[in-house]
Design a protein around this ligand. Structure first.
Ligand code: NAP
Length: 338
């Protein structure tokens, strides 16, 4: 008996099955895969998962899956790092090939895409991934993700790329954030698996490169804050400010900075660069205060290499006549310096 399709489900050639030998076999294979998904959806069966790479993050991912009862096989190049997971119920695979052969979903988390390629782009492994879903949660570039998706499609595997916006201690918690891009159906069909990884796992687009693009944007924001913190620590230490005091004052100031960032994004989105009645602060005000920071850093011998980069953006904008513009006007001057 055929089960009715889940809401919104439909046959999706090429989603779980490889481009076929003939249109007939393609159709049959696609239907079988679709019925199987319906069965899993209906009876709540859990899919077998392989976690490839159990470093700090991969181990956290495996622990989260095991905690939710997902049958999980793990493989790590250095076997000892995978072994603690056996106590939590994981099966330790002696080789990548055995790990992926046992799995319907293959979650990869290694250092970079070169490592992913070294692991998966092996003839024997490539031969058994047809019909599986590969989820690469390794950090990388948008282009790297697009190439990986193409490589998987050529071998009959579905592909999702994810960027983890959290440290390992957040994985499996409500605040665990991961952005995922690629075939939305593959994401929706495996909602329970993604939910196990964190309370805030979101699909952000069909383009497999989108998660990594968003990741890079957010990393730029994060490193702005972290390098800023390094400078704040150096200034405080050379001026005899106790670091606990710095921490307390930052807690008080952070909402102001959050507001400035939100305003900057809003104005850049609208292209509102000229100062107006809603401008919070102009380039001239920021540039003036920035001179005080440079003076202090020079006086105390603090490395200026990062802040000199800020300076050159300020100067390009000012040279273009934007001194009185809203701070958001700087966003037009991030192209390569001439
Ligand atoms: P990690 O603890 O250093 O683990 C790296 C993993 O990659 C290990 O399992 C390592 O295997 C494996 N590996 C590296 N090169 C390999 C190769 N050529 N062949 C096979 N395996 C290889 O790093 P991590 O913190 O777990 O980070 C893993 C990924 O998650 C990275 O892409 C990172 O950017 C991303 N991420 C991490 C965090 C975080 O807070 N840690 C946050 C967001 C995203 P061995 O054990 O054998 O060396």
């Amino acid at each position: 008996m055929l089960l009715p399709l889940p809401p919104g489900d439909h046959l999706r050639p090429g989603s779980y099955c490889a481009p076929p030998i003939s249109p007939y076999f393609h159709d049959v294979a696609t239907r079988v895969a679709s019925w199987r998904r319906q069965l899993i959806w209906r009876v709540g069966m859990k899919r077998s998962i392989a976690v490839v790479g159990t470093g700090r993050m991969g181990s956290a991912l495996a622990r989260a899956l095991l905690a939710e009862g997902h049958p999980t096989t793990v493989w790590n190049r250095t076997k000892e790092k995978a072994e603690p997971l056996a106590l939590l119920g994981a099966t330790i695979a002696p080789s990548v090939l055995e790990a992926v052969t046992a799995a319907e979903i293959i979650i990869v988390n290694v250092s970079d895409y070169a490592a992913t390629a070294a692991i998966l782009r092996d003839d024997a492994v490539a031969a058994v991934i047809r019909g599986t879903l590969i989820v690469d949660l390794t950090s990388g570039t948008p282009q790297g993700a697009r190439e990986a998706a193409e490589w998987c499609a050529g071998r009959g595997a579905s592909y999702l790329d994810g960027a983890i916006m959290a440290t390992p201690d957040f994985i499996g918690t409500d605040a665990g954030t991961i952005v995922v891009s690629g075939q939305v159906e593959a994401f929706q069909d495996n909602a329970a698996v993604f939910r196990a990884l964190g309370g805030n796992v979101q699909h952000v687009g069909q383009d497999p490169g989108r998660a990594n693009a968003l990741d890079s944007a957010l990393l730029a924001l994060m490193w702005g804050a972290l390098f800023g913190a390094l400078h704040a620590i150096a200034v405080s230490q050379t001026e005899g400010i106790e670091l606990g005091e710095l921490g307390r004052q930052w807690t008080a100031t952070a909402p102001v900075v959050d507001g400035l960032v939100a305003d900057l994004i809003k104005r850049a989105n609208a292209g509102r660069f000229a100062s107006d009645e809603e401008t919070l602060s102009s380039i001239s005000v920021h540039y003036g205060a920035f001179q005080h920071l440079l003076e202090l850093m020079d006086a105390r011998g603090i490395d200026r290499s990062v802040v000199d980069g800020y300076g050159s953006i300020f100067q390009r904008a000012i040279a273009a006549g934007q001194l009185r513009g809203d701070f958001a006007a700087l966003s037009q001057f991030l192209g390569k310096a001439a």
